[in-house]
Design a protein around this ligand. Structure first.
Ligand code: PHE
Ligand code: NA
Length: 501
């Protein structure tokens, strides 16, 4: 039977889902820290340049592939060229790896929303997080020793994901963002409002915004800016390809992309204001300089923020809003990550939605629970996150642009496709950005991370651990991707049964 592809109800459903994907943990806990470390107020310049010269062009590129070829990455790349299917599978596997550990962070955030009420971490948030809560083992190798308060919320997260995604693009995926994003914006605005009125907030904001222009000559700052943009916009590894494949034929792609790009950045700046106001308060309460309390990532969310919640007036409210925001922001991103895998499997095997969702999410859930619901979850998460972001995402984007603009010479076709359906037209300069600027930036970023990590290792992890779960995992992704691309497409698959392109 001919199955036609699922579709978003309209452009705004798509925009909300794309913003829901882009706005994630990276906005809240990564951007403020990266900006502060790389010149504070002066970071805005490399950041904006990265957004305009790489982030948005790559976003358009992903949209064009997904929309023109109407498929999840493997199908879309296969239709672009029969030998390019493996690139799509690399993107799918990168998403799979991210999805498997992302669920753990959402689960922790759910528990911490609850813990914020009685602030059970007491005087020692770090000891509580690593010890009492995670029971983190010293040995990073998988322990299969489950931690109940991590495992149970993870089961809740996976169950919700299966139910929601099973309902499909309109009634599940798009609806999650339509409900989630307004709630997130509301919670976050109240949170930022509370933060800026804390005593000491002004010092925090001054620390954050004071520009250090001298950093602009440091290549590391530029790498940080481009890295933040790629991660933050969720570009280059299949998410936007997949979402764009669910758009109607006539959809204004480029202007949607501009809305998505600028909303995501707006949310980052807002998070910077909120986080640094809060850090300003912390510093004042402890009688130290703001610079001494700055952190990012897991440390910011699960160690610094709990300390702040205990000390701030209305701390419980701040805590519930902060962790609640992490849950909602993380959840809508998580859906977008898994939808890439679900959609790819559905295309290739010609399955219905429920079958694909139950199969894919079920397998991912098991892997996720066994690896990250245990006492060794934290170390594994740290390493997989670092490798998949710095090699997987950057590498996948690099291969994608090189393939299209260099090997296949189809970049102009994509540009013409974008222009045919969109109101904001792209000139010849677009090709300079994608074919020249992007490969330079991406390969420089990729190579510098690989050489540093080969030389210095990563964190304090032993070499064999990095060998297996870092380098080995990335190698496995490539081998599996090639293998999957060689498997035949089922007779009812997207390639054979759907309307042709
Ligand atoms: N873009 C999201 C953020 O800024 C993170 C994300 C990463 C989303 C990977 C999907 C996939 O947090
Ligand atoms: Na983001």
């Amino acid at each position: 039977p001919k199955r036609s592809r699922e579709e978003f109800t309209g452009r705004w459903a798509f925009i909300l889902a794309a913003v829901g994907s882009a706005v994630g943990l990276g906005n809240i806990w990564r951007f403020p820290y990266v900006a502060y470390e790389n010149g504070g107020g002066a970071f805005i310049l490399p950041y904006l340049i990265a957004l305009l010269t790489a982030g948005i062009p790559l976003l358009f590129f992903d949209y064009a592939i997904g929309h023109r070829f109407r498929g999840a990455p493997p199908l879309a790349w296969r239709r672009l060229h029969p030998k390019a299917e493996w690139i799509g599978w690399v993107q799918v596997l990168v998403c799979l790896v991210i999805g498997v550990y992302y669920a753990a962070i959402i689960a922790w955030s759910i528990m911490y929303t609850w813990f914020s009420v009685d602030q059970r971490w007491g005087e020692d948030p770090e000891g509580f997080f690593m010890g009492e809560y995670l029971r983190a083992a010293d040995d990073p190798m998988p322990s299969f020793d489950f931690v109940g308060p991590v495992l149970i919320p993870m089961i809740v997260v996976w169950t919700l994901l299966i139910l929601l995604m099973g309902f499909g693009i309109r009634r599940g995926v798009a609806r999650a963002s339509m409900i989630g994003m307004p709630i997130l914006v509301l919670m976050f605005l109240i949170l930022v409002g509370l933060s800026v009125t804390l005593p000491g907030a002004v010092d925090g904001l001054n620390t954050f915004f004071t520009p250090n222009w001298s950093v602009l000559t440091d290549p590391a700052v530029w790498i940080a800016a481009y890295g933040q943009i790629f991660f933050s916009l969720s570009v280059g590894f299949g998410i936007m390809v997949t979402y764009a494949s669910y758009l109607k034929r006539r959809t204004n792609l480029t202007s949607s992309g501009l809305v998505v790009g600028f909303s995501n950045s707006g949310f980052e700046v807002l998070a910077g204001i909120g986080v640094f106001s809060a850090l300003g308060f912390m510093a004042q309460a402890q009688g130290v300089a703001v610079g001494e309390v700055v952190s990012g990532g897991i440390g910011l969310a699960f160690i610094a923020f709990p300390a702040l919640i205990s000390e701030a007036p209305a701390g419980a409210v701040i805590g519930v809003l902060f962790f609640g925001s992490l849950v909602v922001a993380g959840f809508t991103s998580m859906i977008s990550i898994l939808e890439v895998v679900v959609s790819a499997v559905k295309d290739k095997l010609g399955l219905g939605r429920w079958a694909a969702v139950i199969g894919v999410n079920g397998v991912c859930a098991l892997v996720s629970l066994f690896l990250f619901g245990t006492t060794s979850g934290m170390s594994l998460l740290d390493v997989t996150d670092a490798f998949v972001n710095n090699i997987g995402i950057v590498g996948a984007a690099l291969v994608a642009v090189l393939m299209v603009s260099g090997v296949l010479g189809r970049l102009d076709m994509l540009r013409r496709h974008l222009n045919a359906v969109s109101s904001f037209k792209l000139g010849e300069f677009y090709k300079v950005l994608v074919a020249i600027v992007l490969p330079i930036v991406l390969s420089y970023t990729l190579l510098s991370w690989i050489t540093t990590t080969l030389k210095e290792g990563y964190g304090d992890f032993p070499a064999h651990f990095l060998g297996i779960f870092g380098w080995g995992m990335m190698g496995l992704v490539i081998v599996l991707a090639v293998g999957l691309s060689l498997l035949p497409w089922s007779a009812t698959s997207g390639l054979n049964a759907e309307e042709s392109v």
